[in-house]
Design a protein around this ligand. Structure first.
Ligand code: PMT
Length: 223
């Protein structure tokens, strides 16, 4: 079906920025607004997919007409994604995930004391990499938000996380990355650059990306 190229596909999109609690009133997070991931979830729905959106903190309202699972931390997001992974055909990891979390989150508000304070952090699991290790037939798209050496890091990430496609946004360029309504991305597969898109709305980026995914799924043997 040319107007619904993702009909019958189960698509899971992660979006937003994970929050890592320090105490009941404080946390570590990042600048993700959710706009990129939400645009992808909406585009997937328009293209006929059965969409599940796993969203961490975002600054816009979540889309309607799809399953929305709200999570806070990276560990919560990991659980929510892994629980659904087997029943998923396409995973798109647009969320900005915290690499570290406080080692000893406090149940009560931490009081002001000395002039300096050290917060110990521990590494979070890498959700995309875990999916890459467990995948059977799933098609996985990960993102890379970089400020330098983007292409090099992007290709490393693609291989390490065993993703099928990787979307690189240089978050230092105006009109790209966190919070904006537009993005400027390069899309890579294991052989290198597949598409370099000029500045366009996140809605258009989402449609271009999902068209590439649909083409590649069509090209797979037996489908
Ligand atoms: O939400 P917006 O304001 O619209 O901004 C969009 C965006 C900039 C957040 C988005 O386009 C983007 O680039 N998302 C990925 C940001 C990110 O965390 O990149 P990363 O290079 O740190 O991570 C690489 C990939 O691994 C990502 O797909 C990420 O979801 C995933 N990851 C990272 C760490 C971790 N512990 N687990 C993961 O799964």
């Amino acid at each position: 079906n040319p107007t619904k190229p993702l009909a019958g596909k189960r698509v899971l999109v992660t979006a937003g920025g994970t929050m890592e609690r320090i105490d009941p009133v404080r946390y570590i997070t990042n600048d993700s607004s959710g706009k990129m991931g939400y645009a992808i979830a909406e585009a997937a729905k328009r293209m006929g997919a059965d969409v599940t959106l796993v969203t961490a903190k975002a600054s816009i309202a979540a889309p309607t007409g799809m399953k929305v699972v709200r999570v806070e931390s990276t560990l919560d997001m990991m659980d929510a994604v892994l629980a659904r992974f087997e029943q998923t055909d396409i995973v798109i990891k647009a969320a900005a995930v915290a690499d570290y979390r406080p080692a000893y989150p406090s149940d009560i508000k931490i009081k002001k004391k000395d002039d300096t304070m050290t917060l110990e952090l521990v590494k979070n699991p890498d959700i995309a990499q875990t999916l890459g290790e467990r995948k059977t037939t799933q098609f996985i798209v990960s993102f890379a938000a970089e400020t330098n050496n983007g292409e090099q890091y992007a290709l490393d990430k693609l291989k390490r996380k065993k993703s099928d496609l990787l979307v690189l946004n240089d978050v230092t360029v105006p009109g790209a990355g966190f919070g904006t309504d537009t993005n400027i991305v390069q899309i890579f597969d294991g052989t290198g650059l597949v598409a370099a898109l000029p500045q366009m709305s996140k809605r258009d980026v989402a449609e271009r990306l999902l068209s590439l995914v649909a083409e590649r799924l069509d090209g797979r043997a037996g489908s």
